[in-house]
Design a protein around this ligand. Structure first.
Ligand code: HEC
Ligand code: HEC
Length: 187
């Protein structure tokens, strides 16, 4: 009788150890996933923003520009002459999109690349292009023009997702880049 209880007690102790370990492991995995995510840029989570701003080019994550840039870009006047095209929105949609972009701008984010953009744009006028940010232009400085403008599969550095295969997830790491028509670009 006594021996049987000892076995039960041992089993119970072992079980609680296993579950404590499993819990710790889950925390570790969560931390790791979160760390990966924080490294990059927060993916777009607003459907209206995704639909309206993903029509002519991929929907840039708000975390790629500071709030002052979104203020300058996302108003009725500016959208009517948006980089040479008319991207006008009705007032209700504009408000949703404006607020979403400003609330998730680089200077409101803890994601690593957004932090860098926020710090680099703290001073000075609001940049209107992501491609003009020094942090971004510096990263692309060495890519020959024939692989961008002269490349039918890309056309402009503004089309991030042509080369960054996980751009829609906010991932811009070097090991996820593939330049269309130039499979051996990094040789
Ligand atoms: C009617 C088409 C159209 C729509 C809709 C549109 N855009 Fe654009 N957008 C453009 C064009 C064209 C460019 C310039 C691309 C180039 O220079 O190659 C551009 C460029 C941009 C750039 C600068 C990219 C760079 O070069 O760094 C940002 C930021 C931008 N758009 C944000 C938005 C947002 C936010 C929305 C949603 C409100 C939006 N766009 C909707 C056509 C559009
Ligand atoms: C013509 C293809 C191409 C386009 C278009 C492009 N990129 Fe890149 N990008 C690259 C390449 C290639 C690299 C890696 C450069 C190197 O080897 O140092 C890179 C590097 C980067 C990096 C640094 C990655 C790291 O791990 O340090 C960021 C961030 C980035 N790009 C963001 C963007 C954004 C945002 C856009 C759109 C506004 C964009 N890129 C458009 C090809 C492209």
């Amino acid at each position: 009788m006594q021996r049987k209880w000892k076995v039960v007690a041992l089993l119970a102790a072992a079980l609680s150890l296993v579950s404590a370990y499993a819990g710790a492991e889950e925390d570790f995995v969560g931390w790791l996933l979160n760390f990966q995510r924080q490294k990059n840029v927060k993916p777009v989570s607003d459907k209206q923003y995704q639909d309206e701003c993903g029509e002519c080019h991929f929907a840039y994550q708000p975390g790629l520009l500071p709030a002052k840039s979104w203020e300058a870009l996302l108003n009725a006047d500016a959208l009517r002459k948006h980089f040479g095209v008319d991207a006008e929105l009705d007032n209700d949609t504009l408000k949703v999109i404006h607020d979403y972009a400003v609330d998730n701008a680089a200077d409101k984010s803890w994601h690593k690349r957004s932090r860098k953009i926020a710090v680099a744009t703290e001073e000075g006028p609001a940049p209107l292009r992501i491609t003009e940010l020094r942090y971004i232009s510096r990263k692309h400085h060495d890519i020959p023009e024939k692989m961008i403008k002269g490349n039918k599969g890309v056309k402009s550095l503004s089309f991030c997702d042509k080369c960054h295969t996980q751009a829609a997830d906010g991932v811009y790491d070097m090991d996820t880049v593939a330049i269309p028509n130039y499979p051996g670009w990094d040789d």
